[in-house]
Every structure is written in C-alpha cells, then in structure tokens.
Design a protein around this ligand. Sequence first.
Ligand SMILES: [Cu+2]
Length: 346
Amino acid sequence: MIGLLILVLLCSNIVNLSSGMATPKCTKPSLRREWRTLGYDGQKAFIDAIKCLSHLPHESLIPTGATPGLPPILTNSSLYDDVVYVHMDATNSAHSTGLFLPWHRLYLHTMEGLLKKKCGYKGYMTYWDWTIDSHNIEHAPLFNADPVIGFGTFPDASTNFSLSNGAFHDIIRAYPLAHHIQRNYTLKSWQTPLFSWPFPLPQKEANSTQTPAEYVKITTSFIGNFTAFQYYMDGYGLQGMHGATHTSLGGNIKDLSHSPNDPIFFLHHGQLDRVWAAWQAHHPRNHNTIAGFVVQDLDDFDAHPLGTGMPVTDDTAIYMAGIGPDAKIHDVLSTTGGYLCYQYAT
Ligand SMILES: [Cu+2]
C-alpha cells in the first residue's frame, strides 16, 4: 500500500499537467551549501567560474521592455554583463511585485546553468548566510583580500570605493558605464533616500534585520500568507532584510537595477531564496502559495508592497530575456518539483 502510494506520488511528478510538457523527476536534489562550507577548492571553483563568465563575450539578449529607460545593449560587453542586463531589464517587473521571489529563483537557476554550461563549473549555487555574521557584517570572512577566494575587503574613498583586492578587483563591468566593482559599507544605510521619499526609520541599523532571530521569525511566521511573508522580507518602508544587504554593502549592489555587477549579489539572493524555501517547508499551507501583482508601486510601497494591477497566478510567465529559458511561476514554486531540483543543505 505504501509502495503504491509512493509510486502514485512519483508518477504524478513526471508530467506537468498545466503545461502539458514532460517535467523531469527530481529524485536526487543537488545541495546548495553555505559559502564557508565549500572549502578552498569549492570557493575557488565558483569564483573561477564567475571570472570565466566575466571574460566570455556578449550573446544575444531579448529585453522585455518592462523597464523603460534602459541603456542600449553593449555588444562589446561580457556574458556576465548580459546577466546583469537581464536584471536591469527586470528592475520594475521583478521587485516589490508578485514576481520578486519566483523571478529571482529562476534567475539564480539560470546563472547556475550558465556557469556550468559555459564555464565547466561542477559545483552548485552557493549562498551567504549573513545571520552568522550579523554582529559584524563588514568583517564577515568572505570579504577578504585573498586573490583566489576573496570577495575583497571593503574599499574606501582613496579608490573611489572600487575593490582594490580579492578575486574581482581587476574585472571591468560594462553597465551602466565601464567601471570596476564598487562597495561601500554603511551600517545606517537608510539615512540617504533611494526613492522619491525618505526612509521612515533612518536610524535603523541594517544588521538588525540580518540576525538569527529574524531568520527564525520570517521562516516560521505568516503561515499561508505569502503577501505578509514577502512584505516582511522587503520590510516596512523597504527597510527589511532584502534591502538591508543591498544598501549596507553599498556601491554596485546598492543599485536597484545593476546590483548583480557585484557577484556577492548571487550569494545574498541565494540566502533570500533559502529563506523562501525554509518558509515554504515550514507549513503545508506555504508550499504552493503565491500572491501579489504585476505592476510595481514604489511611490506607495507600504500600501502596495507586492505591487498593483493584475494579480500573478501559477501561469504568470517569468522572463530571462534570452540568457536562458523563460518559465512560469508554477515551475519554480518548489525547488524539488522537477523543473528545479535542489535543496539547501541547512
Ligand atoms: Cu533583484
């Protein structure tokens, strides 16, 4: 009887009924591991693959046009720059809308595919569990000067906040203008407005959102309420754990549009994806739930933290603008549903 039940469960996974396409089974999910558990060789492999992508030439892109005012595509840029451009293209559609978490989940998956396909990377995407370092983010171990495995220490005004050590200091990024990767740590990162309004809690310290207690709170609260969950991640007045890391690390990753210029972006969003996966796993009512709308409303964010306009559904498309296949929200709701096949190690 139990054997039959397992067989039925397995078979129900083979064909994705809503799209009619055969979806591969996920029998052996890959493990996404925290940066510091990769060890020297694992860290070197990931960083080498990021550098490889940064030196491969541009390929074709298909912008969605959802974010007006984008700079033109630079054909003498790198494949990594293409990945950045796809995020720029999704600035409005995939932030503070119902597409935020599904879009970034597919984006990380697409990046993983590029690292493997184009650069022979054998490992998996990794993440930075900033809760471990929340007492002292600026001196977290991954921000070290090692030329092989270091993300670089925080630069200062003497280099105009361009990285001066670590593995990425000599890389040129193309967007919005050719530059070296910049970073500038600021604990009270919400004192300067980023939007048309001042942050409501300018004295709030970014790392207060990055603590182990905050991780437990967000992953165990808001049962069945995707809207409340995502709103907590973005935070009242956009001063939550998502923005905290972007704004406090500063420089490139602080920019809403071209934040992936700094490879630490992928480790931060790995952590946010892990938070989503942990929340999903916490309660059956969280598993397959999605909410929100397709149009961003940053002018009235707290009234519409997940946007306005048409609601997103399981069938809403997620665009990768040419760097990888598009998908639908239902494809990425589970990390082990078959379209995706990974789990977080812890
Ligand atoms: Cu983003």
